[in-house]
Write a protein that binds this ligand. Structure first.
Ligand code: UTP
Length: 276
């Protein structure tokens, strides 16, 4: 039912400088696969086939990645390396990729708003590719969230418990627990100080949003850090009881930080060794 997934990918990725000087953060590879490809695979697994990507200056490599490279394909055709392109080729055949640019980096809320024409008036997913999520059993995180959406028909944010000394890096929610790992959100605070945080349930880079969010973002003033915060726009929905927080099953690596990126690399390397 949810067909489109929005990928805000316009940020500068300053924590990865100089690597991100001329290369998008989303193209950093864990093993041999760029972060954004893991994200697209998760969206496909959740039944989506339109990938709406918000890019910016210096992000052309993302478009090239989701396109055919005739010269390369010609070179390796029939060789033992041909299989290395199989997964990406299947994604290109299966999905439609649409792009628009965020001209000024005014924050995640603004980046999502820029996707309005690509999304239209239907519910959609948002995936931040630098949050790399894995699961060992059952559904991927977006698939799990689609099921929650199908039941409640309102916006859904993925949350994770984090240590209290880390809450200031996230949007933090509070609400009434209405089921195992499900909260009806009544408060959301963007990057709170430890003593102002309403809980330790932090929003990570997976959302399902209902399309009224666009009008709400339009009315949202710049918040924390002078940026248009998606958390502030979501708060308007939460006041009407229209946001569910979902504590997902699986593991998330913050690949926007060096520590998280190295952890993810080690994890995937170990996995590949186990799988032979
Ligand atoms: P981050 O807070 O990780 O910012 O953005 P960043 O610029 O990517 O990285 P650092 O902090 O400078 O190292 C979270 C997500 O929101 C997107 C980013 O691309 C990333 O996926 N984003 C953020 C935008 O698309 N536009 C913005 O204006 C801000």
């Amino acid at each position: 039912m949810i067909k489109k997934c929005l990928f805000p990918a316009a940020g500068y990725g300053t924590r990865f400088l100089p690597a991100t000087k001329a290369m998008p953060k989303e193209m950093l590879p864990v093993m041999a696969k760029p972060l954004i490809q893991y994200g697209v695979e998760e969206a496909v697994e959740a039944g989506m086939d339109v990938m709406a990507i918000i890019t910016g200056r210096g992000k052309r490599a993302i478009e090239d990645h989701f396109d055919i490279s005739y010269e390369l394909e010609h070179q390796i055709k029939g060789s033992s390396k041909e299989y290395l392109l199989q997964e990406i080729r299947a994604l290109i055949n299966r999905c439609t990729f649409t792009y628009t640019r965020q001209i000024e980096m005014k924050g995640l809320g603004d980046a999502i708003y820029k996707g309005r024409t690509l999304i239209g008036s239907e519910p959609f997913a948002v995936l931040l590719a630098d949050d790399l999520c894995t699961h060992t059993d059952g559904d991927g995180v977006l698939s799990q969230m689609v099921k929650v959406y199908e039941k409640y028909r309102c916006s859904v944010v993925a949350v994770q418990e984090v240590p209290m000394d880390q809450v200031s890096k996230y949007g933090v929610i509070a609400g009434k627990e209405i089921g195992e790992g499900l909260y009806m959100v009544d408060t959301m605070v963007e990057k709170p100080d430890r003593d102002e945080a309403p809980s330790n349930l932090a929003i990570i880079g997976r959302y399902i949003l209902t399309p009224d969010i666009f009008d709400l973002i339009e009315k949202t003033e710049p918040g924390k850090g002078g940026e248009i915060q998606i958390t502030d726009a979501l708060m308007a929905q939460a006041k009407k009881g229209m946001v569910i927080a979902y504590r997902f099953r699986g593991r998330r690596f913050d690949c926007g930080s060096i520590d998280g990126f190295v952890e993810a690399t080690n994890f995937f390397y170990e996995q590949s060794k186990k799988e032979g």
